[in-house]
Write a protein that binds this ligand. Sequence first.
Ligand SMILES: [Cu+2]
Length: 121
Amino acid sequence: MNRTIILLMALTAALGTATLASALKIAPATETVIRLKAKNFEFTPGEITVKKGAPVILELTSEDRAHGFNLPDFSVRTDVKPGVVSRVSFKPEKTGRFGFTCDVFCGSGHEDMSGTLVVTE
Ligand SMILES: [Cu+2]
């Protein structure tokens, strides 16, 4: 009886380890996570540099009111609200400097609320 239980426990542990190993193998290891804060009337950081071909995850939060984030060159847009982390992901496949802006009216100064994504080779 005891022997059966020990055998089952050993089997479970072995299977668990195998499952974990395969999960780690398929997890994308190269994603760059960048946190961006929106606040009247700027994004921090105002310039982000990433590598061409490397997947990017942006985590956006607002420190005051509702803003937007729009990066048209990569078809990335999301609302940015206080108390919520908005996640968007994309893979930059071209190099250069690309502007992003706030596209939710947030007050006088809104039209200057912008930043730059730099994609390097
Ligand atoms: Cu705005």
